[in-house]
Design a protein around this ligand. Structure first.
Ligand code: FMN
Length: 203
């Protein structure tokens, strides 16, 4: 069973979460985790000004996704940083190129799930994931989140991402904070949960 993890990450936070999602997927026997990045849309000079060139290099071993790969997966877990409370433009552009898959009902009945990262604690993680779900519903995905059986989302002893809608991390206003162990646990849980449900649907 193929679980595609497709993401955009500017400074590496969503990238780090995607690796934990993949670990969770691989916990289910017979599940293959396939990591892919969506194509960049910003010119190199803009990336330089935004200080993301080094981070981009560190992720360059992850292949760029094609929309056709969405159709060959049994489940797709999407990762995006928050941009003004929504998915990033790179992800939007990638999804907007999937119209031919929509026209052929190619994604109907597949499991879809979303995780995210934001700069600030209340900067739009939930709105990013929930608004992303609208696109997934149009494409026919069966949406899976992060249930409260992941106990780590009840924590009050530390600041943490993670909600019933999906795993998330708080990067800090300057991107100085990398995903905590609890946030990575949430990502692993979500990956495993998606793979479990997708394998039941495949049966
Ligand atoms: C144009 C732009 C808009 C952003 N909007 C938000 C926002 O609405 N809320 C927030 O908390 N962080 C916002 N951020 C911060 C990013 O979400 C943060 O850099 C990202 O989560 C880091 O993840 P990454 O390293 O995987 O890209 C924004 C960043 C940029 C560049």
């Amino acid at each position: 069973m193929k679980v595609l993890i497709v993401y955009y990450s500017m400074y590496g936070h969503v990238h780090k979460m995607s690796e934990a999602i993949a670990e969770g997927v691989r916990e289910i026997d017979g599940s293959e985790a396939i990591l892919r990045r969506v194509p960049e849309t910003l010119p190199e000079e803009v990336l330089q000004k935004m200080g993301s060139v080094e981070a981009q290099k560190s992720m360059s071993n992850v292949p760029i996704c094609t929309v056709e790969e969405l159709a060959s997966a049994d489940a797709v877990i999407f990762g995006t940083p928050t941009r003004f409370g929504n998915m990033c433009g790179q992800m939007r552009q990638f999804l907007d190129a999937a119209g031919q898959l929509w026209a052929k009902d190619a994604l109907v009945g597949k499991v879809g799930s979303v995780f995210t990262s934001s700069g600030t604690q209340h900067g739009g993680q939930e709105s990013t994931i929930l608004s992303f779900h609208i696109t997934l519903l149009h494409l026919g995905f069966v949406i899976v989140g992060l249930p409260y059986s992941f106990q780590g989302q009840r924590r009050m002893d530390e600041i943490t991402g993670g909600s019933p809608y999906g795993a998330s991390t708080i990067a800090g206003a300057s991107g100085e904070r990398m995903p905590s162990e609890n946030e990575l646990d949430a990502a692993r849980y979500q990956g495993k949960h998606v793979a479990t449900i997708a394998s039941k649907l495949k049966e």
